[in-house]
Unconditional design. Structure first.
Ligand code: NAG
Ligand code: NAG
Ligand code: NAG
Ligand code: NAG
Ligand code: NAG
Ligand code: NAG
Ligand code: NAG
Ligand code: NAG
Length: 470
C-alpha cells in the first residue's frame, strides 16, 4: 500500500515536472485533443458510407487520449455534411463532436449492423469509460425508411426477425447505446428519427444527458425516447422529447435502477411520458422527476410494474400534464397518473410500490388517476399534495374501460372515476382539487372509487370537487 502510494506520488511529480517545464498549469488546462473524420477520408455526402473513416478516427482519438498524461478526452469532429454509416463503436475518452450542420445518418440495411441483435445501434459504446456526444448536430436513424405501411393509428414497421432473436415490431436497430459504460455525457445534440428505441443507457454508471432533443415519429411503435435500464446515477436535464412511444423509461432487466433525476423537460408522446417498467425484474429506488411539462400524451406519469421488482422513494414535483385518448392500439387511455403493480402473467412475481410522492401537479385529462396494486403487490404510503385536476373529454373518448395493459387483466369494462383506487395501504391526499367540465360531467362516474376491502388507511385533507363552465 505504502509502496503503491509512493509510486503514485513519484508519477505525479514526474508528470508535473515534465509539464511545468513547458507551460505552467498545463495539466489542468490542456486543451482537448481533436481529430476530424475528414482527415481519415470521410466524404460526408450522405450517399457513400463513411463507416471506416469514422471508426479509424475514433480509434486514433481513443489511443491518443489514453496516451496523454494524465489521460484526457479527445473529440472526433464531424464538419458540416451528412455522414452515412454502419454501426460505429465509441471508445473510451472519445467525444463525438457533431457540428450543428452535420448529420450522422444510420444505415437502413441489416448488413449495416453487427450480427447480434443486442448490438443493433447506429452508435454503440460497450464497456467504455469517459465517453460522450455533443456539438449541436444530429444523429438520424432514418426511421421513416423502416415504415412498411404508414397508418395514422399506428405504422406497420419493417421486421428484421429472420434469426428469431426478436419478434414482429420489436425487431429494428436502436439509435444510440451505452452498455456497461461509466462517465457518459451526452449534451447539446439532436437524436432524430430512430428506427426503434432512441437513447439506450444499459448497466451504466454516472450518466449525464443535458440539452438533448429527441424527435421520433408519433405513429411508430417502440419509438421510445430514453430507456434507462439497470443503471445508477443518471442525471437528465433540459430534454425535449416528441415521439411515438414512452419518452423517459427506466427499466430493470438484469439489475436495479438507483438514483435517477430528470428535470426541466418537455414531452409529447403517444404512449407514457414517464414510465417505470414494464420490464421490472429488479428494484427502482431514489428517482426524482421535477419541472416537467407533458403535452397531449396518452399517459402522463406511469408505473407498470409486472415482474416482481420493488419500487420505492420516487418523487414527482412541479409537473404540468395534459393527457388525451388516441387509439386502443396504444396502451393508455388518457390517465394523467397511472400507478399499477400486477403479475404480467400466471408465472410472474408481484412487486410492491411504496413511498411515492406527487407534489405540485396540475393536470387536464380525459381520464382519471388510476392507482391499482394487486394482492401480492400492494401500493403503500402514497402522497398526493397540491394537485389540481381538470377533467374534460375533448376527443371522442367515451370512457368505460380500465386499461391494465401490458398483461394482467388487459382491458376491463368498468366506469371511470376521477381517482380509482385498489389494493392500497396508506394514501394521503392533501390540497387536491378536482374540476369537472359542466358540459360533459355526466359522461363521468364517481369522483372517487374504492372498496374498503382492498384499500386501507386513506386520508383526505382539504379535498375539493366541483363543476366548472367553459
Ligand atoms: C417476421 O415478421 C414479419 C412481419 O412482421 C412476419 O410476417 C413474419 O411472420 C415474421 N417471421 C418470424 C420468423 O417471426
Ligand atoms: C447499482 O447499484 C447497486 C447497489 O449498489 C448495484 O447492485 C448495481 O450493480 C449497480 N449497477 C451498476 C450498473 O453499477
Ligand atoms: C446520484 O447521481 C448523481 C448524478 O446524477 C450524483 O451526482 C450523486 O452523487 C449520486 N448520489 C449517490 C448517493 O450516489
Ligand atoms: C422548467 O423547465 C422549463 C423547460 O421545460 C424551463 O424553461 C423553466 O425555466 C424551468 N423552470 C424552473 C423553475 O427551473
Ligand atoms: C421485493 O420485495 C419482496 C418482499 O420484501 C421480496 O420477497 C422480493 O424478493 C423483492 N424483489 C426483488 C426483485 O428483490
Ligand atoms: C410546491 O409549490 C410551492 C408554491 O409554488 C413551492 O413553494 C414549493 O417549494 C413547491 N414544492 C416542491 C417540492 O417543489
Ligand atoms: C391549484 O389552483 C389554485 C387556485 O385554485 C392555486 O392557488 C394553486 O397554486 C394551484 N396549484 C397548483 C399545483 O397548480
Ligand atoms: C397510514 O398511512 C400513512 C401514510 O400514508 C402512514 O404514515 C401511517 O403510518 C399509516 N398508518 C397506519 C396505522 O398504518
Amino acid at each position: 500500500m505504502i509502496i503503491q502510494l509512493n509510486h503514485l506520488i513519484l508519477l505525479i511529480l514526474t508528470i508535473l515536472r515534465c509539464h511545468t517545464a513547458a507551460t505552467p498549469f498545463s495539466i489542468i488546462q490542456q486543451p482537448p485533443l481533436s481529430i476530424s473524420v475528414k482527415d481519415f477520408g470521410a466524404i460526408g455526402n450522405g450517399i457513400d458510407y463513411d463507416t471506416l473513416p469514422i471508426q479509424s478516427a475514433i480509434n486514433a482519438c481513443s489511443s491518443a487520449a489514453s496516451a496523454r498524461k494524465p489521460p484526457s478526452p479527445c473529440h472526433v469532429k464531424f464538419p458540416p455534411g451528412k455522414y452515412l454509416t454502419a454501426t460505429v463503436h465509441l471508445k473510451s475518452r472519445v467525444i463525438l463532436n457533431i457540428h450543428k450542420d452535420a448529420t450522422v445518418l444510420g444505415g437502413t440495411n441489416i448488413q449495416d449492423y453487427p450480427k447480434e441483435q443486442e448490438r443493433w445501434y447506429v452508435v454503440l459504446a460497450e464497456g467504455e469509460d469517459d465517453v460522450g456526444i455533443t456539438g449541436g448536430g444530429e444523429i438520424n436513424g432514418q426511421g421513416l425508411k423502416f415504415v412498411n405501411k404508414f397508418d395514422k393509428r399506428k405504422n406497420v414497421m419493417v421486421s428484421w426477425n429472420k434469426t428469431g432473436a426478436c419478434l414482429g415490431d420489436e425487431c429494428r436497430p436502436r439509435l444510440v447505446g451505452f452498455l456497461g459504460c461509466r462517465n457518459v455525457r451526452i449534451w447539446d445534440v439532436n437524436l432524430i428519427e430512430p428506427a426503434y428505441w432512441c437513447l439506450h443507457i444499459v448497466r451504466s454508471q454516472n450518466t449525464i444527458v443535458e440539452d438533448v432533443k429527441i424527435q421520433g415519429n408519433f405513429n411508430s411503435p417502440n419509438n421510445d425516447g430514453m430507456d434507462i435500464e439497470d443503471s445508477n446515477n443518471t442525471f437528465i436535464n433540459r430534454c425535449n422529447i416528441n415521439t411515438g412511444d414512452d419518452a423517459i423509461c427506466p427499466k430493470t432487466s438484469t439489475g436495479p435502477v438507483y438514483n435517477l433525476t430528470a428535470t426541466n423537460c418537455w414531452i409529447r408522446t403517444k404512449s407514457s411520458a414517464i414510465k417505470l417498467g414494464s420490464a421490472s425484474w429488479y428494484d427502482f429506488k431514489g428517482l426524482l422527476f421535477d419541472n416537467i411539462t407533458i403535452f397531449e400524451s396518452h399517459r402522463g406519469l406511469g408505473f407498470q410494474i409486472r415482474d416482481g421488482g420493488n419500487v420505492s422513494d420516487i418523487i414527482f414535483s412541479n409537473i404540468k400534464i395534459s393527457t388525451r385518448y388516441y387509439d386502443p392500439l396504444w396502451w393508455g387511455r388518457g390517465e394523467p397518473i397511472y400507478v399499477t403493480s400486477c403479475p404480467r402473467d400466471q408465472n410472474s412475481k408481484e412487486g410492491s410500490i411504496s413511498n411515492i410522492k406527487f407534489i405540485n401537479i396540475t393536470a387536464t385529462s380525459e381520464n382519471g388517476i388510476f392507482l391499482s396494486g394487486s394482492k401480492g403487490g400492494i401500493l403503500s404510503n402514497l402522497e398526493f399534495v397540491n394537485i389540481n385536476l381538470t377533467y374534460r373529454r375533448w376527443t371522442n373518448y367515451a370512457g368505460g374501460l380500465l386499461d391494465y395493459r401490458p398483461g394482467c387483466q388487459g382491458l376491463v369494462k368498468h366506469s371511470t372515476a376521477g381517482l380509482m383506487m385498489e389494493h392500497i395501504d396508506g394514501l394521503d391526499v392533501e390540497n387536491v382539487k378536482m374540476k369537472w367540465s359542466e358540459d360533459n360531467s355526466r359522461r363521468w362516474n364517481n369522483p372517487l372509487e374504492f372498496r374498503s376491502s382492498t384499500v386501507n388507511n386513506i386520508s383526505f385533507l382539504n379535498f375539493h370537487s366541483g363543476l366548472y363552465s367553459g
